[in-house]
Design a protein around this ligand. Structure first.
Ligand code: XMP
Length: 510
């Protein structure tokens, strides 16, 4: 089946991911492409449309991300958003200037509903603006198609060439008619069809894996998390007994989790091997305090343990892992190390050279909720499919500073109490866990002075884990949790609740 692909161009920011989600939610397949590659990829794949995302630069700054001018002559509809809109104006002969003040917030915006982009919209509604630079004059043949109280040129276009630009952000929910704008662009302007369906994806993926693997062997890195469990079910369908799932217990799992994973997967009709590598990991991570170094060491050790296991079970050709799209993007492109936020265990943590013929990552372009839907389609239990995400390096990145057995035990016990109490709430957060800080402080217990660790509690609400707001339990609930932790867990005398959103903080601490 031919894919109706749309490209979202990334200009060194995170905005492209939210846009990509909006497009996927409308059942149109899209991929994020780096600005440097877009022209080449557009020539190759002939996408139905291209969306320029926002970005942190100014178009007139030296070295700011740009695209080949020929992109505008390929007869492919283009929608520029924020930085993308300014780039269109700047490249085609308009003018962009820096306003001294950043403009942020929702503004009433009036649309020219005769534009295809705004066809069928209410004439007036709120849009979210977030910019410092603004377009002050338009390229030839372009006209203004929306204005707001803050920005006279809130949208502009050359409809005859199918080039559209909006200064506001239609991808965020604060922009009231954002979804309709995407629908108009994708369906009325680009002529896309809503044919990105997970059922098709699943069938195609199983077929592709079957053809690729044939009767060779696949080793799956099973962490017990949602992505790798769902992948196990997909691979089992595709290659059956040629699959061996290996769970490496690195010792950084939550309380009782390794035992739970072992008993769950032993019930599956699948080759399953559990490796107790706790001592090896603890030894390798001894004395390491740098977060990135921790991640890299854990990633490398994982692979070493896998390779060793693989040799024991004979020639293994494929190494499979449940990498998903956000892992890839947050780990940064290989040639753009500066953009790395964290080396996600599945991607950046891998050593350069691994001893398998090929890596299988069938979920590479999926978002987590899409993986969950596949899990449901394959009949996996809700307790597996809807479990909260747990990072590959586990508690190792929730212990700030050096990791010791003592600290691990303290964190496991405290984390369990936090989870038990939060799970009593009627509405659970998307992710909730405890973090052992590398700070000791003075307390008083009974009549004695204590000098113990501080513990941070983190609970966030999010759908895509790219941005997150804080979960707000009542103070009574928090007080009760703090009381239980300091009473029941030796080694903690202070409990803090983290009230930072993402961004600027990330969800995990390291
Ligand atoms: P951050 O901390 O980047 O986390 O805001 C976003 C989401 O990703 C999870 N996370 C990971 N997942 N391997 C994973 O499989 C990793 O190395 C990793 N690091 C962070 C994190 O728990 C959150 O859900």
């Amino acid at each position: 089946m031919e894919k109706r692909i749309v490209f979202v161009v990334n200009f060194k920011g995170q905005y492209s991911r939210i846009i990509a989600r909006r497009v996927r939610e409308l059942n149109v397949y899209c991929e994020i492409v780096d600005f440097k590659d877009i022209y080449k990829k557009a020539l190759e794949k002939k996408p139905f449309g291209i969306i320029f995302s926002g970005g942190p630069n100014s178009v007139f700054e030296e070295g700011s991300p740009t695209v080949e001018k020929e992109l505008f002559s390929l007869n492919i509809p283009i929608l520029g958003i924020c930085y993308g809109a300014q780039l269109i104006a700047n490249m085609l002969g308009g003018n962009v200037e820096s306003a001294n003040k950043r403009e942020y917030g929702t503004f009433k915006t009036k649309f020219d509903v005769k534009s295809f982009l705004f066809d069928g919209l209410k004439e007036c509604s709120k849009t979210l603006m977030s910019h410092t630079d603004k377009v002050t004059s338009l390229p030839k043949n372009f006209k203004v198609t929306a204005s707001s109280s803050s920005t006279e040129i809130a949208a502009f276009e050359d409809g005859s060439k199918n080039i559209y630009a909006v200064q506001f952000h239609p991808e965020v929910l604060d922009t009231e008619q954002g979804e309709d704008i995407f629908k108009n662009f994708l369906f009325k302007i680009c002529g896309c069809e809503q044919n990105w369906k997970l059922d098709d994806f699943l069938q195609n993926t199983i077929e592709k894996i079957k053809q690729k693997v044939q009767d060779k062997k696949v080793l799956l890195a099973l962490s017990g998390g949602v992505d790798s469990c769902v992948l196990a079910a997909v691979l089992q369908k595709a290659v059956g007994k040629n699959l061996t799932a290996v769970f490496v217990d690195h010792g950084f799992m939550r309380k009782n989790e390794s035992e739970e994973i072992n008993s769950c997967f032993k019930e599956w009709d699948m080759n399953f091997i559990s490796v107790d590598a706790r001592k090896i990991f603890l030894e390798k991570i001894k004395g390491v305090v740098d977060p990135e170094e921790k991640r890299k060491i854990i990633g490398k050790t994982f692979i070493e343990v896998f390779e060793k296991k693989a040799k024991e079970i004979g020639k293994v050709n494929f190494f499979a892992q449940g990498t998903i799209y956000p892992d890839i993007i947050e780990s940064g492109e290989k040639d753009d190390k500066k953009a790395t936020i964290k080396s996600h265990h599945n991607v950046g943590g891998l050593p350069e050279k691994i001893e398998f013929d090929e890596i299988l990552e069938p979920f590479r372009y999926l978002f987590k909720d899409e993986v969950r839907k596949i899990g449901k389609k394959l009949g996996l239990k809700d307790s597996l499919v809807y479990r909260q995400p747990f990072p590959g390096p586990g508690l190792a990145i929730r212990i700030i500073g050096e990791i010791t057995e003592e600290k691990l035990e303290i964190l496991k016990d405290a984390d369990l109490i936090f989870r038990q109490e939060i799970e009593k709430e009627s509405k659970k957060p998307s992710q909730y866990f405890a973090v052992l800080l590398n700070t000791k402080s003075v307390g008083v217990m009974g009549d004695a002075r204590s000098y113990c660790y501080s513990l941070a509690l983190r609970a966030v609400e999010t759908t895509d884990f790219m941005t997150a707001t804080i979960y707000k339990p009542s103070f009574e609930v928090l007080e009760n949790i703090a009381k239980r932790i300091v009473n029941e867990v030796q080694g903690i005398n202070r409990v803090l609740y983290d009230i930072t959103t993402k961004p600027p903080a990330t969800i995990e601490y390291e």
